[in-house]
Design a protein around this ligand. Structure first.
Ligand SMILES: [Zn+2]
Length: 264
């Protein structure tokens, strides 16, 4: 199996907890039960400006998830994130409060937030099961949609997992309010990008078109043809441009996009 099996510390903790719960894949299992099984309290109630929190005192922890979260996938991720804090950090800090922005800014939050997200990602999408779902499929937006449904996670979470554990090299760029914020790429990605922090996405990119003209592609148009040099630098002189593809996921409520870029 061509999976990269170097697991981070938080991924290892997630795998150990899954094993102790006797779960290979928790997709059909409610997070509330899993959390109670780990001896923490779980409740859902309206929270203001927060997706979830965990309060630990005298060996007892209460995980609260915002009951106003509309999508089950988001609720599950928030719960798995708090479970990550419970398993790894409850003795370090009595309270973790998480806004949606914290959960999205995987690579800008502090080390505890990154760890909780890595935990949640491996907990909800165990590497082997994830890779199995990718195997034999030609990469495109439909694969991401399939993975999100299959593992009951958001498309954003599925994309981030795919970068690390998918079966096709991809490059992703996160943009907010028409500014590039961060990028990630698969281990076997081989081009240098034109990324510049806080600059608008480059001309010719789907992300640029999205923020400047509000054009949103759907269904069969989700996969857009672009050019390699829209996003990347030539590696040598006289290198010829070639066709690349971009799938730009737009999350309107937070005005952010994630562009997934790949070559066939
Ligand atoms: Zn957190």
């Amino acid at each position: 199996m061509a999976v990269n099996l170097n697991f981070s510390k938080s991924e290892q903790v997630a795998r150990k907890v899954l094993e102790e719960c006797g779960l290979d894949d928790p997709a059909d299992y409610p997070m509330s039960k899993i959390i109670m099984g780990r001896k923490a309290f779980y409740e859902e109630k309206p929270l203001i400006g927060k997706e979830g929190e965990i309060v630990s005192l005298d060996n007892r922890s209460i995980i609260t998830i915002n009951s106003n979260i509309e999508f089950e996938a988001k609720k599950r991720f928030a719960a798995a994130h708090e479970l990550g804090h419970y398993e790894m950090h409850r003795t370090l800090k009595p309270i973790f409060s998480d806004t949606e922005a914290d959960m999205l800014n995987w690579y800008q939050g502090g080390p505890h937030e990154i760890e909780a997200n890595e935990f949640a990602s491996e907990f909800l999408m165990p590497t082997e099961a994830f890779y199995k779902e990718c195997e034999g499929k030609k990469f495109g937006p439909k694969v991401i949609e399939h993975l999100a449904k299959r593992f009951k996670v958001s498309k954003t979470a599925a994309i981030l997992k795919f970068v690390k554990r998918g079966n096709h090299p991809v490059f992703i760029v996160y943009c907010k309010d028409n500014k590039m914020k961060w990028f990630k790429y698969s281990e076997d990605w081989q081009y240098f990008s034109l990324f510049q922090k806080d600059q608008p996405p480059p001309d010719g990119s789907v992300a640029n078109e999205l923020f400047t003209t509000k054009k949103i592609y759907v269904n069969d148009e989700l996969e857009q043809q672009i050019w390699k040099f829209d996003w990347f630098k030539p590696k040598y002189r006289d290198e010829e441009d070639s066709r690349f593809y971009e799938y730009c996921l737009f999350v309107k409520s937070y005005n952010y996009s994630i562009s997934v870029i790949w070559e066939k």
